[in-house]
Structure formats: C-alpha cells, structure tokens
Design a protein around this ligand. Structure first.
Ligand code: ADP
Ligand code: MG
Length: 381
C-alpha cells in the first residue's frame, strides 16, 4: 500500500484519504444467462482493482482527476459537464460511476483517484467491473451516501451500460460486490436474490486454473449486442418476458417455432440455466470435484449452440481435459478471453504444461495460466 500512497502523492501532490479494493471474477458456470433473467454462479478472485482516493471538497469546477499505474497521463474530468465522449475510454469506468451517482440525484464533489489493478484486461475476468465497484464502494463509504451493496451493483451496471456503452447484465458487479471468500455466489438475475454456495477448493485438494488465451474480446461491439438481440427475439417469439421462463420441457416446441439460428441461442440459455441449478446441487451434495461434467457440457453448449467460443478456447479446454482436468470451460463473454480448468492440485502442473505445449504446437500466442482462489468481495483496505 505504501508504494501506492507514494505514487499517489507524486501524481496529485497530497496523500489519499482512503484505499479500496474490488475483485475481478471467474464465472464458474451460467454464461449469458444474466441478461435473460436467469442464473449465474460466479466467484470473486484474488485479483483486484485497488484505488487510492482523495475527495476534493472545493467549489466549482468539480474536477475528477484519475490515473492508472498502467501508465498514461493524469486525466481531468469536469463533473459539471460529464459526457462520455469527452472522457478518455479507460477513465469512463471511473467517471461513469460518478455519473451514475449523479443520475440517482447525488451531487458529488471532485476527487483524485489512482487505480492499480491486478485483474488482467480483456481476459474475461471483468477488470472493468472491478474498477467500477471499487469506485462505487469508495464514494459510498467516504461520502456516507448510504446505498446498500445491491444498489451499488445496479449503479455500476448503469455506469457500464449507459456511460461506457457496454450492454452487460449484473453478473460482474454482483460477484465483485457481494462475494465472500471460499464461496461462489448463486445469483438469480431476475429477483436479484443471491446465496453463498460453498466452494472449498483448497480443502478438497483442488484448484481452478485460469487459462488466459490472450485473444482479445470486445464487449461493446458487434457480437455481444447481436446475442442479446437474438435472446430477446427468442423470448418474444415464445411469448415470455425472458428466456428464464422457458424450461427444458419447452425446447421441442421452441425448435418448431423459432428460426434455427435463434433456436440454438435459446437452447444454450435454457440448458445453461439448468446446469447452474445442477451445479449448485452437486456442490451442496458432493463438493466441487463432482461438477466437472457440467463444466464440460457448458463449454460444448457455448461452442456449438451459442457460437461464442474460438479455436484457442476450444484448444485450452481439450488440452486441459487430455491432461486429466476434472472439467473445463470457457468463461466470460466469449470470443476470446479465458478458459477455466478444475484440476486436482497434484495435476495442476501437468495440465499447465500440456496447454502450453499444445498452444505452441498450434502456433498460438502463449497463454497466461494461473490459479485463482475464491476471495472476498469489495472492501475498504
Ligand atoms: P474485461 O473483461 O477485462 O472487463 P472490458 O473490455 O470490459 O474487459 O474492460 C477492460 C477495460 O477496462 C480496458 O480496456 C481499460 O479501458 C479498462 N481497464 C482495466 N484495467 C485497467 C487498468 N489497470 N488501468 C486502466 N484501465 C483499465
Ligand atoms: Mg468488462
């Protein structure tokens, strides 16, 4: 922390008032179900966005100054005339949270914020939500704004949807703000009810490896919006508010009624929701070693029905399985990013080596492979 305080002082000329951290997340299972009012099962990871903050209680103009330890200049934003297009893209994840508080009727003072994140960017681990959630928690606590964590989830989603311009659900922000260590978070995205589900990896001699393919994805462009639209159309044509309302028993009927491309998307959402419920049942009854097949089935569904995998993700899954993983799947929005592999700790090395070898043989960029631990949600440091 002290180096962060020093960097902060060097940049802004004074010490910060407070430091906060919010984690990235791995989605264990339940992909693209969130914006279909469905079920997700993420867990917070031990990779976090940390921010140091000083509130600037000066009169107008209310200036927000932000910097990242990743580099680049200090960016200044006038909170009185906050428009996304005027803000440097990466700083929108911070400015957007100020904007979202203002949308709720708060008038915020200016602030100086230094960001230091260990969540890899674009790996499907939600480095963006980690930033938003750290800022939302910091402002809520430092300015005594009195919002609950569930409200902060929606506020951060508003920032990402309507300021940054990425049409995402609440999975990432919920995981970052509501998780507890050694648990996954079962979230019903319709009712927003959540429940902590035991995920005792270490105690069971297991690890979850993240295999970051380093193939970049882009949430705020093309593919993601099309998928959201396909799901919306599927629900409309089946006469339900959201695909959450379609049980597996209605799939034969859906096949009759829907265009084949829409049907495949619908089938992924419907079966994936069921897999989330089955995963929780397995975790509660038999522990994490029992969920491997469900992870693998989820990957097949995203690859074959939802069409969001890519060659590198498929290879990561296949290589991990060939080296003895209990299960593996791509995680996150798709089109690149990361796969996860559930492995016995004694197999972790062999699985990593096999993935690296197969990627090298295929001529792909060397992936980053690291274990993640189910960690706590956003907190004051
Ligand atoms: P992810 O899946 O990691 O959330 P996104 O595209 O949603 O991918 O968000 C990544 C963006 O977040 C980056 O392009 C950048 O604008 C911003 N970002 C993440 N981490 C940092 C950081 N440490 N410093 C500056 N910007 C960051
Ligand atoms: Mg993101």
């Amino acid at each position: 922390m002290s180096t962060m305080n020093e960097s902060f002082a060097a940049l802004f000329g004074h010490a910060p008032d407070g430091c906060f951290a919010a984690p990235g997340r791995v989605n264990l299972i339940g992909e693209h179900t969130d914006y279909n009012d469905g079920y997700v099962l993420p867990f917070a990871i031990d990779r976090v966005a940390r921010i140091a903050v000083k509130i600037r209680h000066s009169a107008e103009p209310r200036t927000l100054r932000v910097a990242s330890t990743m580099g680049g200049d200090v960016i200044e934003v006038d909170l009185g005339t906050l428009v996304a297009e005027d803000v440097t893209p990466w700083a929108r994840y911070i400015a957007g949270v100020f904007w979202a508080f203002e949308q709720k009727g708060f008038t915020l003072p200016g602030a100086d914020i230094l960001l230091d994140s260990t969540v890899p960017i674009g790996a499907g681990l939600s480095s963006s939500a980690a930033i938003e959630c750290s800022v939302a928690l910091a402002l809520n606590e430092m300015l005594h704004l009195g919002l609950g964590r569930e409200e902060l989830v929606l506020l951060c989603q508003n920032a990402e949807n309507n300021f940054v311009g990425a049409p995402t659900g609440t999975l990432d922000q919920s995981a970052s703000l509501l998780s507890t260590a050694d648990h996954a978070l079962f979230l019903d995205c319709r009712t927003r009810e959540s429940r902590q589900v035991n995920l005792p990896l270490e105690a069971e001699g297991l690890q979850i490896l993240v295999i970051d393919t380093r193939v970049s994805h882009a949430h705020d462009s093309g593919g993601y919006k099309e998928l959201v639209e396909a799901c919306t159309r599927g629900a409309r044509e089946l006469g339900v508010p959201a695909l959450r309302d379609v049980g597996p028993e209605r799939l034969p009927e859906a096949k009759q009624r829907l265009h084949p491309d829409i049907y495949r998307r619908v089938r992924h959402i419907v079966t994936e929701n069921q897999r989330v419920l089955d995963t929780i049942e397995q975790l509660d009854a038999s522990g994490p070693a029992a969920i491997g097949d469900l992870l693998l089935a989820s990957h097949a569904s995203m690859r074959d029905d939802f069409g969001i995998s890519c060659e590198e993700l498929d290879l990561a899954v296949d290589a991990a399985m060939a080296a003895g993983a209990l299960g593996a799947r791509m995680t996150g929005g798709g089109f690149g990013g990361s796969a996860i592999a559930l492995v016995e700790s004694s197999q972790a090395q062999a699985v990593s080596e096999r993935v690296l070898k197969d990627f090298a043989e295929a001529g792909y960029t060397t992936p980053e492979i690291f274990a993640v631990v189910p960690g706590p949600g956003a907190q004051k440091l």
